[in-house]
Design a protein around this ligand. Structure first.
Ligand code: UDP
Ligand code: MG
Length: 208
């Protein structure tokens, strides 16, 4: 059982000027309702729009906000890794900037962390991608799991809470081509998934 903890919320961002203000508002409302102290780490992954300026403006107003600014676009997985490395909280939350990872789920993540889980991840119940894409994702993970030492649970993404020790481990792994959801499964410890409905992107475009 963990006592009062401090949380780090890591938000990777690539060209998210259209959603960042709303995402900040929703995350702030949800985190403040938990009553726990937290820091909000924006990782700007070489955006070519006003994401950096908007994130900087938020951090100027809100002392809980921090901005990690990349020199160019390195990709989602590297952005998450940098956030995990930078995070000082007892637990680290990884959440997309486009509100496809519903912040409303975070109180349940915190509850599981308090129960003693090191890793709490979201499981996507209804995937909205086109059928052919879902087929490709399904095939990828089934084949991956046939050859992998440690399986990646099906229908999971990077939306998760990990303890500081897991964040430190993942950030220190030297893998060049990183798949955080796989590395997260590989490190072990007590893990649990929480099912949720994955909504459409709030605004902007997927870069995958
Ligand atoms: N992202 C990033 N770097 C990239 C591409 C995406 O940091 O090169 C961020 C993006 O801003 C979002 C998250 O990673 O917060 C997931 O990206 P996206 O929504 O495009 O992926 P999808 O939800 O379609 O899988
Ligand atoms: Mg998305």
């Amino acid at each position: 059982m963990n006592a009062r903890a401090r949380y780090s919320v890591v938000v990777p961002m690539f060209n998210e000027e259209e959603v960042i203000d709303q995402t900040y508002a929703v995350l702030t409302a949800v985190m403040e309702r938990t009553g726990e102290p937290y820091e909000l780490i924006f990782v700007n992954d070489g955006s070519r729009d006003a994401t950096e300026a908007k994130a900087a403006a938020i951090c100027k107003e809100d002392a809980r906000g921090k901005l990690v600014n990349f020199s160019r676009n390195f990709g989602h997985q590297i952005a998450i890794t940098a956030g995990m490395d930078y995070a000082e909280g007892d637990a680290v939350i990884i959440i997309d900037a486009d509100l496809q990872d519903p912040p409303e789920l975070l109180p349940q993540f915190l509850e599981k962390y308090r129960e003693g889980y090191d890793v709490v991840y979201g499981i996507r119940k209804n995937r909205k991608e086109p059928l052919w894409l879902r087929f490709c994702f399904g095939a990828f993970y089934r084949i991956f799991n046939l050859i992998a030492d440690r399986p990646i649970p099906l229908d999971v993404g990077d939306f998760s809470l990990v303890s500081q020790r897991v964040a430190t481990l993942i950030a220190s792994m030297p893998e060049h081509d990183r798949l955080i959801r796989g590395m997260r499964s590989w490190v072990g410890f007590r893990q649990i998934g929480i099912p949720y409905d994955r909504p459409e992107r709030h605004a902007g475009q997927t870069s995958y």
